[in-house]
Design a protein around this ligand. Structure first.
Ligand code: SF4
Ligand code: SF4
Length: 304
């Protein structure tokens, strides 16, 4: 299974529509989008436009402290307009006047890391899961995913309970090792799946979240290592690799004996089609569309 990750924080309807369209044409059947009504409608529209006969949607939310629910902000008073943030933003979320387009910001934190003055910082933007997640399931979303890399245990319990009450086809746990060691990671998963039916849970083994900026084995190494930790624990879950995933992930995972259920690709999948998405005549540029779909198809095939 190949899953296109549009970005849990990506609330730009037009860019999601273009991404989903390209990847649906390329044979992708799983689409990970933000928990947002307009984004779900745009993704469905794109699938219909692409003429795809099968599409499954996953929406992602995060607990407090998880980077996937953050957005960037820029303090004008300390900004020296050096442009580092603008040049390095992977989602074109910063305008030439150094203003963050919140809808496009996926919370990767690159701008804050590259900012020499501390003008670019991150803040949390939470959603009302009790309101939005039931709507998503009622409207055909099959996978509800929770990013759990934060220290707020009560927020984790609350949001996981809401997900379970929604009774989606699959509940998904997205976890990496940046804040916690292997023991804590496995303890969290064991606790969360204790009352769930076997294999009704996906564990998305996140290598280094939102790090897939190139197509090397090194970039995808941590996702494979994380998947191995989950696999060795013999849990009744499906394993999906993510976080630094690219066209090398399937090959490396197979070489390492990982019995994965799927590969979720975000940063790299978006990067390889970005030049075409930025075409002003995207929807009518047949040559551009053909090239974009060819690029996406290579990645989808390599991720089988
Ligand atoms: S670099 Fe990342 S965090 Fe900063 S504005 Fe762009 S998408 Fe948002
Ligand atoms: S990197 Fe920091 S100082 Fe430079 S333009 Fe961006 S916000 Fe301003």
């Amino acid at each position: 299974m190949f899953k296109l990750v549009c970005g849990a924080g990506n609330e730009d309807c037009e860019s999601v529509k273009k991404l989903v369209y390209i990847y649906a044409k390329a044979g992708c059947k799983y689409f990970d989008i933000s928990a947002n009504k307009e984004i779900l409608a745009s993704a469905k529209e794109a699938v219909a436009l692409a003429g795809a006969d099968e599409a499954h949607f996953c929406v992602s939310v995060g607990i407090k402290g998880d980077p996937h629910i953050t957005k960037a902000k820029i303090r004008e008073s300390v900004c020296i307009k050096c442009g580092n943030c603008l040049r390095n933003c992977p989602n074109d979320a910063i305008t030439s006047s150094i203003i963050v387009n919140e809808k496009r910001c996926i919370g990767c934190g690159t701008c804050a890391k590259k900012c020499p003055t501390g003008a670019a910082t991150m803040y949390e933007k939470d959603v009302n899961v009790k309101e939005i997640l039931p709507y998503m399931v009622e409207n055909g979303v099959e996978i509800l995913e929770l990013h759990i890399m934060g220290h707020d245990k009560s927020d984790l319990d609350y949001k996981w309970n809401v997900i379970n009450e929604c009774n989606p086809k699959y509940a998904s746990i997205c976890i990496d090792r940046e804040n916690f060691g292997n023991k804590e990671v496995l303890a969290r998963i064991r606790n969360m799946i204790a009352h769930r039916k076997p294999y009704s849970t996906i564990v998305q083994a996140d290598g280094i979240p939102m790090s897939g900026s190139d197509d090397s084995y090194k970039t995808t190494l941590q996702a494979v290592a994380m998947a191995e930790i989950i696999q060795n624990a013999n849990l009744p879950v499906h394993i999906v690799l993510s976080g630094g995933t690219n066209s090398k992930t399937a090959e490396l995972a197979k070489q390492c004996g990982i019995n994965y259920w799927g590969i979720a690709v975000g940063s790299w999948a978006r990067k390889i089609v970005k030049p075409y998405i930025n075409y002003p005549d995207f929807w009518t540029n047949q040559e551009g569309l053909k090239l974009a779909v060819a690029k996406a198809s290579e990645l989808v095939k390599a991720s089988a």
